[in-house]
Design a protein around this ligand. Structure first.
Ligand code: ADP
Ligand code: GLC
Length: 457
């Protein structure tokens, strides 16, 4: 099939979160499966310098320059080069994101007409769905997070170039505003999200972010497909970021990664002390406030463990994380910022990855943790619910620890379970082994998308 994806972030060119990993890996896996795949993304500042192989695309007929790169056989990445919108630091939040991503989506729609399947991701590219109108292409829209909707004042609708009758409550209008995500859902032939559990949750007021009625109206044309992992990037056997290689068959190298991480972060090199960690955007979604509360409670009570944190976002949470590290310098190391290499080293060096998300459409870090022999401690929601098997399962299949309530108390209890598990090396080894042997490769996900595409084309 001739498949065209569009995403506002694509690893390794740009990334703020899992969207970049998921779209890059899906496109790559589909290309490897023999499809002809094009992936369109903005040319942000710095990409051209970092990837000197970019070539100009001749016949684009667009109001912007387009550059192309062929990183894999069957896969072409197209970069939309409009300096006014994209040549600046950072990806989002400049106050003119409506202008920037409406422009980007219009370019995508112009480039999309020859594809059989046009598959766009999140609000930034959702507008391509209504813009393609009656074009003879299969229109697939994946929402990776319903909390980010691309909601803007009604006067921005004029920028879309759509007929004014599209601005009504059944289409792009939402409480008087323009809602791009809603347009993507309504106008797609098939809407997907990134886990089966989140697809169900979206139908409820608790998780639907006001769009639950829109999700309900989509019926069977809204479905959940769990993301996979690009094991060429996220592996422990051939990874330039890691101090030592290890695997399910030869797990001992994990200890060297732990020691090296402790050294790098300035934590005492204690082999027998559990090392917990977290890597994330500091946003309401991720439950960083719960994490802070539970860590403080446990550490204040004298529990013997270490914690390595990496993240950035909400200024108050950044400050609270820093303060925790100042209060417990022997036990807590926090890095505020974005660092891909350190993310790999933390995944490899820690014993438990703590992910107390309020909601989590898929979540990639728990999947990366499994492969890195790091036991995920997660709240039972979305993709975390779908991918983690709790200790309480009792049939020898557990790969992590799950808790239900969104509270400091429930997370604290789960941390207690983690510390007890650590004190039983044989049990811990089994849980780790289950995780490392689990297979979340993209081939399954790609096959599932293939079936879904076939049904609409
Ligand atoms: P989300 O997309 O909601 O942020 P995911 O778990 O799907 O959550 O993906 C997060 C991705 O972003 C992971 O690859 C994670 O390692 C990465 N990441 C998040 N914060 C940072 C950071 N501060 N430094 C490096 N990588 C980060
Ligand atoms: C979003 C979600 C996350 C998901 C990622 C990739 O950012 O918050 O749960 O893993 O997209 O699909």
């Amino acid at each position: 099939m001739n498949i065209l994806h569009a995403s506002s972030e694509v690893f390794p060119y740009s990334k703020t979160g899992g969207l970049a990993d998921a779209t890059a890996a899906l496109a790559k896996a589909q290309a490897a499966a023999g499809h002809t795949v094009t992936l369109i993304t903005p040319l942000y500042r710095g990409i051209a310098a970092a990837f000197p192989g970019l070539e100009p695309l001749g016949q684009a007929e667009l109001p912007a320059k387009v550059w192309r790169l062929e990183p894999e056989p069957n896969l072409t990445v197209l970069f939309i080069d409009e300096p006014e919108w994209f040549d600046r630091d950072g990806l989002y939040g400049h106050g003119d994101d409506a202008e920037r991503f409406i422009f980007f989506s219009r370019c995508v729609a112009r480039l999309a007409k020859r594809a059989e399947i046009v598959h766009t991701h999140d609000w930034q590219t959702a507008l391509a769905m209504p813009l393609l109108g009656q074009a003879r292409v299969g229109k697939v829209f994946t929402l990776h997070n319903a909390a980010y909707q691309g909601r803007f004042p009604a006067d921005k609708f004029a920028l879309t170039g759509l007929p004014s009758d599209c601005f009504d409550w059944l289409q792009l209008e939402f409480h008087g505003d323009l809602n791009l995500l809603k347009g993507g859902i309504v106008f797609s032939d098939l809407a997907t999200t990134v886990s089966p559990r989140y697809a169900e949750e979206l139908l409820t007021p608790e998780y639907g972010c006001g769009l639950e009625g829109v999700f309900q109206a989509k019926g069977k044309a809204l479905t959940g497909v769990l993301n996979g992992v690009d094991y060429a990037e996220w592996n422990t056997t051939d990874n330039p970021h890691l101090a030592a290689a290890y695997s399910a068959d030869a797990p001992s190298g994990k200890a060297a990664n732990k020691r090296e991480l402790q050294r790098e972060l300035g934590l005492p090199p204690l082999d027998d002390t559990p090392l917990l960690g977290n890597i994330s955007r500091f946003a309401e979604q991720k439950g960083i406030d719960l994490l802070l509360g539970a860590l403080e409670e446990r550490l204040g009570g004298g529990a013997a463990f270490q914690f390595a944190g990496l993240g950035s976002g909400d200024a108050g949470l950044e400050e609270a994380m820093r303060a925790l590290a100042v209060r417990f310098p022997e036990q807590v190391a926090v890095t505020i910022g974005y660092d891909n290499g350190l993310a790999h080293r933390i995944e490899a060096g820690i014993d438990f990855f703590v992910m107390p998300s309020r909601f989590e459409p898929c979540g990639l870090n728990q999947l990366y943790s499994l492969r890195y022999g790091t036991v995920p401690v997660v709240r039972a929601t979305g993709g975390l619910e779908d991918s983690i098997i709790d200790l309480g399962q009792g049939d020898g299949t557990a790969n992590g620890i799950k808790f239900g309530d969104c509270s400091v108390g429930a997370l604290g209890q789960a941390l207690g379970q983690a510390l007890s598990l650590y004190a039983e090396p044989a049990r811990l080894a089994k849980v780790r082994d289950n995780g490392m042997r689990a297979d979340f490769s993209w081939s399954q996900t790609t096959a599932e998308y293939g079936r879904l595409y076939a049904a609409i084309s």
